[in-house]
Structure formats: C-alpha cells, structure tokens
Ligand binder design. Structure first.
Ligand code: AMP
Length: 188
C-alpha cells in the first residue's frame, strides 16, 4: 500500500508517518529527512540542496523525482511506502504517479493533516528550540509557508480529482491524531 501524507510544515506528518509506517510494517520515506542527511554528509545531492533548503525554498522537481525513483527501486519499498511530504508540486504529483504506474502501483491513499496557522508557528518555534533546524527560523518559515500555499496546496485539488483526499484534523494529542488516521484508513 502506498500512502502519501500532506500538510503544511509543522502539521505533524513526520510524527504520524513514523507511527503509521510502524503499524503497517512499511518503510517511511521523507524527502526532507533524506535531503537533510545528504546536506550533513556533504554528498553532491546535499551540496546542491543546502542553500535552497536553508532559505526555505523547494528543491527542484528533477532532484525530487530522482530520489523517489531511487527509493522505489529498493527491495524494502516493494510492498508500499509511507510518503511523508514527498509531493509538493503538481509536476511532482504527476512524476510520482508515473513512477508508481511503471511499477504497476498507484497512490492508494492521500492524507491531509489540517492545522491552523497559529498552531504551525507555535510548533515550528518549539521544534527550532529543540532541534535547531536552520529552516525553522522565522524568516525561512515565512518562505516555507509561502511555498506551501503557492505550490503545495494546489496539489490537494489534483489528488481530489483523482481518487480523493482524506482530511485529518491534526489537533489534539499525538495518540488522538494517530487514532483518527487509523479510523480514516479503515473506512476508505
Ligand atoms: P521538511 O523536512 O519536509 O520540512 O523539508 C525540508 C525542506 O526540504 C523543504 O523546505 C524543502 O527545501 C526540501 N524538500 C523536502 N521535500 C521536498 C519536495 N518534495 N520538494 C521540494 N523540496 C522538498
């Protein structure tokens, strides 16, 4: 089963993605994590992505589709993947659909984590104090939210037209939200 998690920065995709992946016994794949790791290790991919990421902009569609293709070629990914924040533009949605189709698969479910702007700012500020991520500083957060609204939010309509999107109210405790995810996937 292939499941895509979408939502603004700070919506809790990473936390819920880890819980869901563990429950379903599937790998979780987050392009953000993969890119941060590449930056840390100073690989060619990391060198390309570093300044773009730190400023809060989106990395190019070609780079993202390259890493998605690579991830889906791994043996661990053959039964499905929990995609955490992997699709952020319409060309990425189209490209990922094509890569999955070539494998005889499709995105089986798209979950959107719905959260208010105030909650996002609050969560990202807390995360900045704990993790010290460069792109959680207020200037970069502003750019990330703009990129989200302009480039990622329209992707929801793309999926709405092709099988639908499950909206999860992402407020409450981690357990409450995980329960909502489980129930929503059962009902589909
Ligand atoms: P995240 O950890 O999901 O918040 O991602 C951190 C940063 O990585 C983003 O602000 C982007 O610069 C980059 N990134 C992660 N996933 C993508 C993607 N699918 N498309 C473009 N950029 C991405």
């Amino acid at each position: 089963m292939d499941i895509l998690l979408m939502g603004p920065p700070g919506a809790g995709k990473g936390t819920q993605g880890a819980i869901l992946a563990e429950r379903l016994g599937l790998p979780k794949f987050a392009t953000g994590d993969l890119l941060r790791d590449a930056v840390k290790r100073g690989t060619p991919l990391g060198l390309q992505a570093k300044s773009v990421m730190e400023a809060g902009h989106l990395v190019s569609d070609d780079i993202i589709l390259g890493v998605v293709r690579e991830e889906l070629g791994r043996a661990q990914a053959r039964r499905g993947v929990v995609f955490d924040g992997v699709v952020r533009t319409i060309p990425q949605a189209e490209g990922v659909a094509k890569i999955l189709a070539d494998l005889g698969r499709k995105m089986d479910a798209v979950l959107f984590f719905d959260v208010t702007d105030d909650a996002i700012l609050d969560r990202l500020e807390k995360r900045r104090q704990i993790d010290g991520r460069a792109d959680d500083d207020p200037a970069a957060v502003k750019v990330r939210l703009k990129a989200y609204r302009e480039q990622t939010a329209p992707v929801l309509a793309w999926y709405e037209q092709r099988g639908g999107v499950i909206h999860i109210p992402a407020v409450g405790t981690v357990e409450d939200i995980a329960d909502r995810v489980r129930e929503a996937l059962k009902r589909r």
